[in-house]
Ligand binder design. Structure first.
Ligand SMILES: [Zn+2]
Length: 268
């Protein structure tokens, strides 16, 4: 009987080297656990027979983001190994522009996060900002006029909802070519809102705002487990997609958490 002559590469992982690399060269992201919203996502096989009058999947559920709740924010450190700027194939399917692979080392932590496992549908928020593509077009006051006034959006009449928390404005211009300036015409934040001061666009006017955003990313594929000999955990490889691309029909609600700035959420 043949014996096993393969001794492996003969090179073993040095404890601390990988963790040191991640700690020294890594980037911080805010990790939140994604769970299904029990209010609007029915997965219990008996529910259809219970006759209790509860509705199934509600497109206007005010409790969640498109069927998900994000809980327990914690800072994790990993290597932002690539941000794809083109469509191409990767192990997890098709990469959309802006997708990122994020590599968390074992023992990743800033806030005692060693015990944290990352799963599909978890959310990450970058603690650094990037320009938002060609910006976001908004209809001034649309969240609160006509029938929308009856929606409980959590947005006041002087505010509009942003996809991401803004760090600063790059350019803001309405459909009539009028330009607006942060500080004198509008204020950004805290959280995912723009607040208009006295002389903003008329209600119903479209405008575009391009801003530096703290992008949020969804873990849209199950993380890839990576194990070495003796089941040693090398940390998961995580496939991330920007929130406004993953959730085409985003939730129209601004929740109290949406008004908390990233800087006050990243302290341990
Ligand atoms: Zn819901």
């Amino acid at each position: 009987m043949a014996s096993n002559g393969n001794q492996g590469l003969g090179i073993d992982f040095q404890p601390g080297l990988q963790a040191g690399l991640v700690n020294n060269r890594g980037a911080d992201m805010l990790h939140e656990i994604g769970i299904a919203c029990s209010k609007c996502r029915t997965e219990d096989v008996y529910e259809g027979m219970s006759g209790d009058g509860k509705t199934r999947r509600s497109p206007n559920c005010g409790a969640c983001v498109d069927g998900w709740l994000f809980r327990s924010p914690l800072v994790v450190r990993g290597l932002a190994s690539s941000v794809r700027q083109q469509k191409n194939i990767l192990d997890a399917g098709l990469a959309q522009p802006g997708d990122m692979t994020f590599s968390i080392g074992p023992g990743f932590s800033d806030c005692g996060a060693e015990t944290r496992r990352v799963g599909r549908d978890d959310k990450f928020t970058a603690t650094w900002s990037q320009p938002l593509n060609d910006g976001q077009t908004i209809v001034r006051g649309a969240a609160t006029f006509h029938e929308n006034f009856e929606l409980a959006t959590g947005i006041s009449e002087s505010e509009d909802r942003l996809w991401y928390e803004p760090e600063s404005s790059i350019w803001c211009e309405d459909e009539n070519g009028r330009v607006y300036v942060e500080g004198s015409d509008f204020l950004l934040g805290p959280g995912r809102v723009i607040s208009w001061l006295a002389d903003g666009p008329d209600v119903g006017t479209r405008y575009t705002i391009k801003y530096n955003a703290f992008f949020e990313w969804l873990c849209f594929q199950p993380p890839q487990e990576r194990r070495d000999r003796d089941n040693r955990d090398l940390g998961p490889l995580i496939f991330l997609r920007r929130r406004h691309i993953a959730f085409i029909n985003d939730n129209p609600v601004i929740s109290p958490e949406d008004r908390v700035s990233i800087t006050s959420r990243t302290s341990c």
